[in-house]
Design a binder for this molecule. Structure first.
Ligand code: SAH
Length: 229
């Protein structure tokens, strides 16, 4: 079954963007996944094709209207669509590799890209949108966040990564950051490759990598070592 991504955005030109190249681009061409992009503005009803309005209660900025966004969602995703509907949002639960794996195992994703101050709360509730964040910082729109999410998911689809083994050792897959990498030349500006890596002793190499991963994780991301992570 093909993985189907539907993106709703005010900037359809941003897609497939970076996902049209390299691994994701080849997989898109090969039909491993499909992408359809919907212009939310096509569902506006007035002459100016307005999609936003001033915030109820006052304040700066504009808010995306619930009725227009709901119409766009309903055209792309019927009630029996098994795909989760994700709203890219800094208020969402931060994206994790575990969630990315879950998504890659499913039928696809419907992704809504916000703009302005965000979207009317009522459409989030009425269309059961799950808010997902790509980090604790503010982007100007949900599109780059959608590209990040799709990139992370598509590379895990069967057949997309050349060496499917390589996905299993990466940062986060074992709750640790990955060990450092080295390749030729043997000597670079007076720095050598750690001797153990050229020893040919695979058990010792594995132990060294594990130690390095643990040390890096303790130093940089002690939060990953806390129970419950
Ligand atoms: N006023 C909002 C930020 C709006 S940014 C707030 O303070 O929470 C405009 C749009 O960019 C959002 O609707 C969302 O779709 C997207 N966006 C911004 N930062 C994001 C992040 N960290 N993760 C995912 N989407 C983000």
């Amino acid at each position: 079954m093909m993985f189907r991504a539907s993106v709703l955005t005010l900037y359809p030109e941003m897609f497939p963007g970076a996902l049209g190249l390299s691994l994701a681009g080849r997989a898109l061409e090969a039909g491993t996944w499909a992408l359809d992009v919907t212009q939310i503005r096509d569902f506006a009803t007035d002459r100016h094709r307005t999609v936003d309005d001033t915030p109820a209660g006052g304040g700066a900025g504009m808010v995306m209207r619930a009725d227009i966004l709901a119409r766009a969602i309903d055209q792309v995703s019927t009630p029996d669509d098994p795909r989760p509907r994700l709203l890219m949002s800094p208020r969402g639960r931060p994206l994790t590799q575990a969630r990315v794996r879950d998504l890659a195992a499913g039928a696809g994703i419907v992704i809504i890209c916000g703009r302005f101050e965000g979207v009317d709360q009522r459409v989030i509730e009425a269309r059961n949108l799950e808010e997902v964040s790509v980090g604790d910082y503010i982007l100007s729109g949900g599109e780059p966040a959608a590209l990040v999410l799709l990139d992370a998911v598509v590379r895990l689809l069967p057949g997309v990564m050349g060496n499917s083994e390589s996905g299993l050792h990466e940062s986060f897959e074992h709750g640790l950051l990955e060990h450092p990498h080295y390749t030729r030349p043997q000597e670079f500006e007076g720095r050598s490759i750690p001797e153990i890596l050229t020893s040919g002793n695979h058990a010792r190499i594995a132990a060294w990598r594990r130690e390095q991963a643990e040390k890096l994780t303790r130093e940089r991301r002690p939060d990953l070592l806390e129970p419950g992570q």
